[in-house]
Design a protein around this ligand. Structure first.
Ligand SMILES: [Zn+2]
Ligand SMILES: [Zn+2]
Length: 270
């Protein structure tokens, strides 16, 4: 089959492969994602459940319906296309350096850190905007069906496709800013892709994991669980730095006395 042609084709088929190969790319991405999620599930055996998941409390867990399955399928394709753009950038973009001799503190670790920070700097206010009452019911409400997500990447990407596109566009913006400022090595870009995939699963698996150094809590799964329990707080995906600046940060609360007001979904379940 002839490769897809035209500007739209280059957007959805950045590697300019045949349609069967494009379908194979979508399938391979899905297999890779499920493998990564299995790895996260395996690693979670060494972690404790978040304290809010323990005890006698009944936790609301939504069942996946047809709308969930439709969004998950669409998002799987969007993710595959985006992954192909990242791979193409790693292999061919003049913005990305590839030789090991060009791997430096700037193009490697600093570029990676910059992408993480910039991505959340862009994502946190956009996420906050998606919670505005005028748009929330139409796009982001779907992701909040689960108050205590446990299904890893299924709960992570169970969101409206428009939200998925916004997140991918912001991610790509962060990647380009990093490439134009400190430079970018292909290894840093690939590492960020892996970190995003793993972190999104961890954020929705229900296990307690945090990365803390230099006295700063850089990442914790409890922070995103707090967002699902208190949707007006903790808008960042991975770091709460921008929430602290926006005044929307809330630390993890686990005991009943500190439990925030229950959501409608939980009340229905009681
Ligand atoms: Zn979430
Ligand atoms: Zn939200």
């Amino acid at each position: 089959m002839e490769p897809l042609l035209g500007p739209l084709a280059s957007l959805v088929n950045p590697l300019s492969v045949s349609f069967p190969m494009w379908l194979a790319c979508v399938a391979m991405k899905e297999i890779g994602l499920q493998a990564a999620d299995l790895g996260v599930t395996w690693a979670c055996r060494f972690l404790k459940e978040l304290p809010s998941r323990t005890g006698q409390r009944v936790l609301y867990k939504n069942q996946l319906d047809h709308k969930d399955m439709m969004f998950l399928s669409i998002n799987s394709v969007i993710e595959a296309v985006f992954s192909c753009h990242i791979l193409k950038m790693m292999w061919t973009s003049p913005l990305v350096v590839r030789s090991w001799s060009s791997f430096t503190i700037l193009t490697g670790p600093l570029a990676l850190l910059l992408i993480v920070l910039l991505n959340d700097m862009l994502y946190a206010p956009a996420h906050r905007l998606l919670h505005h009452p005028s748009v929330y019911p139409y796009i982001h409400k779907h992701h909040h069906r689960s108050v205590y997500p446990t299904r890893g990447n299924i709960d992570a990407r169970n969101e409206h496709p428009v939200e998925q596109l916004i997140a991918m566009a912001l991610w790509m913006t962060a990647v380009h800013i990093s490439a134009y400022t400190v430079g970018l090595h292909a290894a840093a870009l690939g590492t960020h892709l892996a970190l995003m995939t793993t972190g999104a699963s961890l954020n929705h698996a229900g296990y307690d994991f945090e990365i803390r150094f230099l006295g700063v809590d850089w990442y914790s799964t409890g922070a995103h669980e707090m967002h699902h329990r208190r949707p007006d707080k903790n808008f960042g995906q991975f770091t709460m730095l921008w929430d602290k600046l926006m005044g929307t940060y809330i630390p993890y609360l686990h005991d009943e006395g500190a439990e925030p007001k229950k959501s409608e979904q939980e009340q229905k379940c009681d």
